[in-house]
Design a binder for this molecule. Structure first.
Ligand code: S5P
Length: 477
């Protein structure tokens, strides 16, 4: 008995068998002596380009591949050029999932887009490939997608010559031998060839073909021990102690409202975020009242000042002026647009006071320029300044080149509501499950989802539970 690739439902064993016979009939799978691109002589040759001339076979291939991913969650799909493009198009048209296209050569004129189609950063993308030998072409598709902020969740492959595909090729051989279309001699030769040219262990997709394996998620307690900034370490401890990864953004108009909100949501949050320049007034007295509430409810204060000037100026802005931010705010944040001098300036003021800095690596707003190489520069600066930089404002750290990076650095993500969407001014929302689970962030920052609720305390409790559940589930995954 031959083994059939496991199915999840609608494509039966008979369908797979019929498909193999058809592929053989149209010579998409051939046996003989073939020189591969690598120079190696192979007794088997697979060329699926021909299937565009056989719409019914193309349809069957698309359905067989869809069958393998029907339980998988993704928002868009992208076929690896060129052979898999018609397959992906067919899957897309049959099942109504939007498709993207990767340009093989990025033109240096016109739109210069590497990826064509409509998408938003953070969407999950399925890659469709016809045949994997080394995984190179899949990798060439993964990179530009990730550069655009897409999360490559899965790769579906029709035939894999080396790996999971070893089972597939074996299945193809068995079927053809049963139907006397290939002699046992030829089948033995092909099996030997596959065995001789295995590069990975059975059952594992070649490393180059798959997204890098997700490192196991560490608990916040474990991260506390790895944080180099003392405040960053304390925040991880606080989150574990309080079982909260929720930060509320207190974007209200008056100081009274802000203090009332802090008292109400205080029991549920790890961080209370302010924009001090939106309040109707400010004084050292109000700062003291907010600090008192932070002590009462065990949360940290984060003045979301988004510094963006030269070192000399931010020293004055952070330590002085009317607000004296460094005196009362545990955490603040900065853009890296001016270069690393901004970190040095803020550090000069904040480090002696035991403060911590978050660098804005990405933003939640539509059309943000904080992406790609800029984000990579921010990561390098954060990694190099971990005495003062405690982490990031980020949106999809799981899709970064090296994932979320050092576990001692924290990720805090704004643009969070219980259902995805956005506002009229470009804000984009993801859910707590997506932010903590899929995007591998640590803290959800929620503004209007809490402050505009009829009962902000109840809303904070709900977001806290959603954020914490997502964290617990990702630990178990
Ligand atoms: O990229 C960002 C960075 C920040 S800090 N996008 C953001 O929305 N923020 C802040 O998070 C923003 O200034 C606001 O205070 C909060 C989001 O508020 P909401 O009402 O949209 O949840």
């Amino acid at each position: 008995m031959s083994t059939v690739p496991p199915t999840t439902g609608s494509v039966s064993e008979a369908d797979y068998e019929a498909l193999v016979l058809k592929l053989h009939e149209i010579q998409a799978v051939k046996f003989g002596e073939f020189k591969l691109k690598s120079g190696l002589m192979s007794p088997v040759y697979v060329d699926l380009r021909i299937i565009v001339s056989y719409p019914q076979i193309l349809h069957r291939v698309a359905e067989a591949m869809w069958d393998r991913v029907r339980e998988t969650e993704f928002d868009v799909m992208c076929g690896v050029p060129y052979t898999a493009l018609p397959i992906a198009t067919c899957m897309s048209a049959l099942h109504g999932t939007p498709m993207l296209m990767r340009r093989k050569e990025v033109k240096d004129y016109g739109t210069k887009k590497a990826i064509e189609g409509a998408f938003t950063r953070g969407q999950r993308c399925l890659i469709v490939e016809d045949l994997v030998t080394s995984g190179m072409s899949v990798q060439e598709t993964v990179e530009p997608l990730e550069k655009e902020g897409l999360v490559v969740s899965d790769v579906v492959v029709l035939i894999d010559r080396e790996q999971g595909g070893r089972a597939r090729l074996t299945y193809i051989l068995d079927t053809l031998v049963q139907h006397s279309l290939v002699t046992p001699d030829v089948a033995a030769k092909v099996r030997q060839f596959i065995a001789d040219n295995q590069t990975d262990k059975p059952g594992v997709i070649p490393a180059a073909a798959a997204p890098p394996p997700k490192p196991k998620r560490l608990r916040y307690e474990e991260r506390a021990a790895l944080a180099k900034n003392p405040l960053g370490s304390k925040l991880f401890e606080l989150m574990a102690r309080k079982k909260s990864n929720l930060s509320v953004a207190a974007d209200v108009a008056t100081v009274e409202e802000m203090l009332e909100l802090a008292d109400k949501v205080g029991p549920h949050i790890c961080v209370f975020k302010t924009h001090v320049d939106v309040f109707d007034k400010w004084s050292d007295e109000y700062a003291a009242q907010l600090r008192q509430l932070a002590g009462k409810h065990d949360f940290m204060i984060f003045e979301d000042r988004k510094f963006a000037d030269i070192g000399n100026t931010v020293v004055m802005q952070y330590g002085g002026g009317i607000y004296k931010i460094a005196d009362w705010s545990d955490i603040t944040n900065a853009h890296l647009v001016p270069g690393s001098g901004i970190i040095d300036g803020l550090k000069q003021v904040g480090l002696p006071k035991g403060r911590g800095l978050l660098l804005l690596a990405e933003m939640s707003s539509k059309g943000t320029l904080a992406r790609g190489e800029y984000t990579e520069e921010v990561v390098a600066a954060a990694e190099a300044n971990q005495d003062f930089v405690m982490g990031y404002i980020s949106v999809s750290p799981s899709s970064w080149k090296n994932g979320p990076g050092s576990p001692g650095l924290i990720h805090m993500t704004p643009g969070v509501q219980l259902s995805a969407g956005g506002d009229a001014l470009g804000q984009q929302y993801n859910t707590p499950a997506s932010v903590i689970g899929e995007r591998a962030s640590d803290v959800i920052i929620v503004g209007r989802g809490v402050i505009k609720a009829a009962d902000p305390a109840a809303a904070a409790a709900e977001y806290r539970l959603a954020g914490w559940t997502a964290y617990e589930q990702s630990l178990a995954a």
